[in-house]
Design a binder for this molecule. Structure first.
Ligand SMILES: [Zn+2]
Length: 233
């Protein structure tokens, strides 16, 4: 590892973010090309900026990290907040989920764009809205062959928790959907209930739910396609 990086990691705690290259999405031992610092008189905080170069032969691109520093009780620096540039999460694309809910994909990607732009208050509400669409559309999709199923009732329902409890039989899906919805409500309502959970927890839970739904869709596909009654003669 670059000696300057070793010195920097020794000097400032909590800078693990610099070991991840945003271009090739790999964990790397970067080279520190340059750094600069600035003292914010108003907030009494120092900001350090690091220009880094990815160490992978096939990448080797540059990126930048801004870190707001503070000192702990024994005078050591630690990063209160560190932001990496470029920091863009890419848009979500999935053909199977698109079939179930194109609205989810659209709202989810708009929320990712808001998060990339650091509009954190807005993207939380966006993720909640995206989940509401995904849950309703998934219920409609999985009951599409039931003649007695009332699609309009699902679309107009405002009680999402009731829908989750009524229509989700698979326990892990139900538990994950419930938790996303709790966090989603936190993003929308004035007072937070889940103080130590944030947007990244919400996104992780959404990823788990998407994974579970994709598994259900594959299961449905193969049980239909490989039904012994449909077997080729
Ligand atoms: Zn790289």
């Amino acid at each position: 590892m670059d000696q300057q990086i070793i010195d920097l990691m020794f000097k400032v705690k909590g800078l693990d973010i610099i070991e991840h290259c945003p271009h090739c999405e790999s964990y790397v031992a970067p080279t520190l090309i340059d750094s600069d610092n600035f003292y914010d008189e108003t907030n009494h905080q120092s900001l350090e900026t690091y220009i880094l170069k990815c160490s992978r032969f096939n990448c080797g691109r540059y990126y930048m990290v801004d870190a707001w520093l503070d000192t702990d009780f024994d005078g050591k620096y630690y990063a209160v907040e560190a932001i990496k540039y470029p920091n863009n999460m890419s848009n979500y694309i999935d053909k199977d989920i698109e079939k179930v809910s194109s609205s989810f994909i659209e709202i989810y990607n708009e929320s990712i764009t808001a998060e990339n732009a650091k509009l954190l208050k807005i993207c939380g509400c966006g993720y909640r809205k995206a989940i509401e669409f995904l849950i309703k559309d998934y219920i409609i999709y999985s009951n599409r062959q039931d003649e007695n199923f009332d699609e309009e009732k699902i679309k107009s329902s405002v009680k999402i928790m009731n829908l989750i409890n009524t229509y989700f039989n698979d326990n892990p899906i139900k538990l994950v959907a419930e938790k996303i919805f709790w966090l989603g409500n936190d993003e929308t309502h004035y007072q937070r209930k889940w103080k130590n959970k944030d947007i990244s927890d919400m996104r992780s839970l959404i990823e788990i739910l998407l994974y579970k739904i994709k598994m259900e869709l594959s299961y449905e596909k193969y049980t239909t396609e490989m039904n012994p009654q449909n077997k080729d003669a």
